[in-house]
Design a protein around this ligand. Sequence first.
Ligand code: PFF
Length: 458
Amino acid sequence: MGDSRERLHGTWASRWTFILAATGSAVGLGNIWKFPYIAGENGGGAFVLMYLACILLVGVPVMMAEVMLGRKGRMSPINAMRRITREAGLHGRWNGIGWMGVVAGVLILSYYAVIAGWALYYVVKMSDGSLQGASGDEAARQFAALLGDPGTLIFCQTLFMVLTMGVVVAGVVRGLGVAVRTLMPLLFVLLVVLLVYSARQGDFAAAVDFLFSFRTESLTWTGVLVSLGHAFFTLSLGMGAIMAYGAYMPEHAPIGKTVITIAILDTLVALMAGMAIFPIVFGSPGVEPNAGPSLMFQTLPVIFGNMPGGLFFGALFFVLVSVAAWSSSISLIEPGVAWLIESKGMNRVTANLLLGFVAWLIGLGTVLSFNVWQGYTLGGDTFFDIMDFFTASVMLPLTGLFIAIFVGWIMKPGVVFEALGDDAPRTLQAWRFILRYLSPLAIGVIFVVGLYNKFFLA
Ligand code: PFF
């Protein structure tokens, strides 16, 4: 089976290639765009702490479980789950884990491509000089003009979808492997440069206070639910991406150590992005920490527009944001594409075109929610808000919960431990304990109370 999988889709050369690919999937718009703005909307410090706790107690254990399932099943998430349940004589309902993942992937990709399209647009915007010396107000005005223009938004969204599909058609290993290896380190270096600039030019102390001081009054249950959802989103969990990538992982590589490396890199990038953005927010009139999805697109142009050589660095930065989004978006579509190839006998091109078109079509709803459909809301939420909430805060945690229960309670411990590889026995015991008790309990409580609060008390 492993062989046929390899022939069908290709395979990673080593554990490090897997780390790179999984980090490429994890580090994306979630870190640079979403984390700072949801931290801003949910009051800062308390939210950040909840988010870190969710990464450690839920994200890391569930990620280990997902990689293990993928490596054991050695196929697309749907077929990997089928194979595992069939071999162990378990109920086929658990295959739903794979199905939910594939559906969530396409739904997330639908709006992910729209936002990534904004990043592409800003590559041009930084280069054409129109943001030279821009104030907070001016940057906000220019961004609002973009959102009000469906034609440009659709053009950029389509461009990004074409880029994504181009790589997935060519196969994941060679195209993305190379791009990620060179561009991710560059992104990291640029974040450091930005951070230093931002610390010198903006209000660094206010940013540190905002992001790291714990104010209980700003902690809400909806905020806790968003932080849980974001832990899944940022680590690409609960939707089969990591499972699909796990299927290409070398046989005995220790999953625990590998996953911790990925989680640390991902968290580091998110915190650095926050520390680059908030000093400028607090240092510029006209930009608020709770600006929402537009936050990054209003603050970074202010930094770059006022920095010597800033327009060049700005354009470069948005190229890298686009690349980070790109290496994530391919992992959103890959599980579904792999499944169509395996089970429906499609070739890569057709499978890609089909899923890509569906994601693009649904994405039009997100495009319009910023302009023409802005007035159509449900409980104050636009189409984009609803898609985001439903996928990130509902589908991903739910699938994560099922994965924790399946691996922690349903699969035999001996089978699980053997499948995990060469981590220390103690680490594995601790992991299993957390996965059986802490993770499901945390997801369950946060999920139920968070939803109740959002819908009945808001
Ligand atoms: N982890 C990505 C980010 O933080 O931008 C988003 C993502 C990619 C989520 C792939 C889920 C996924 F399967």
